[in-house]
Design a protein around this ligand. Sequence first.
Ligand code: CDV
Length: 305
Amino acid sequence: MPRIITVGAAQSGPIARTESRRDVVARRIEQLRQAHRQGCDLVVFTEVALTAFFPHWWIEDEAELDAWFEHQLPGPDTQSLFDEARRLGVSFYLGYAELAYEHGQKHRYNSSVLIDSQGQIAGKYRKLHLPGHVEHRPHNPFQNLEQRYFEIGNLPLSTTNVCGAQVGMCICNDRRWPETYRVLTLAGAELIVLGYNTPDQIPEHPAMNHLVDFHNRLSMQAGAYQNGVWVVGVAKAGVEEGVSQIGQSMIIAPSGEVVAMSSTREDELIVYRCDLDMVTYYRSLFNFAKNRRPEFYESLTNRPS
Ligand code: CDV
């Protein structure tokens, strides 16, 4: 009997700076219902899925900055999403800006949670690879202030069992790092889910602008194939507060093949029935237990350059 998990990649179109949390949550609930009608077990939302991507602009006032973060999850504006997921029996991945108090200190992270079919938080992750810069770059067409507004995550890359699948989470820029997929795979991932906000131009490296779409596909397809794992990448797409972001939300099989891809830069749901037995089949090709050479990777890393 094949092990199938039906996954919905719920791409978000742009979110206006003035759009209320409640209105955005209503959009996410609509996608959840659509996914349920199409038989989804798990819905993957994007990175910072509840607001516009505020690291694209300079914010000096602390209270103003804090207002972009979730102080509680679920909280008064997001409870309805969790309630609806529980009612429908659908699990989901949600990226959000997290404001946390740890040891009495305020911390800000770019985070994601995995919610089980009972509407409970089953797993949590905080982004490790933060792109961008700390200082204001007013001459750039837009800012990328993730290194200013977020701390590096302090939770391990790990996996959680939801819907009968071992699921690993990461967030946006993490997808460009081979270590992310390999560590999650070694932690047992059969499916890796992630959201992203990716502008279609790179202010510091304009010579790469024409390759932005290609590098998005390349990273995720290579990660899937080299680790024999399903990958679901979900965009915040379209022109948001003057920043044009790529779409190309996609579901990638352990073969590295794209099996479903969005065709708009709006709210859009793509669905695929992922056969988890493909993971076993592709892993048998590599046979990590027999053929990986971790002792040599270590000695090569330590070699003087
Ligand atoms: N949110 C992101 O992490 N975005 C980066 C961009 C800035 C390069 C990305 O890797 O897509």
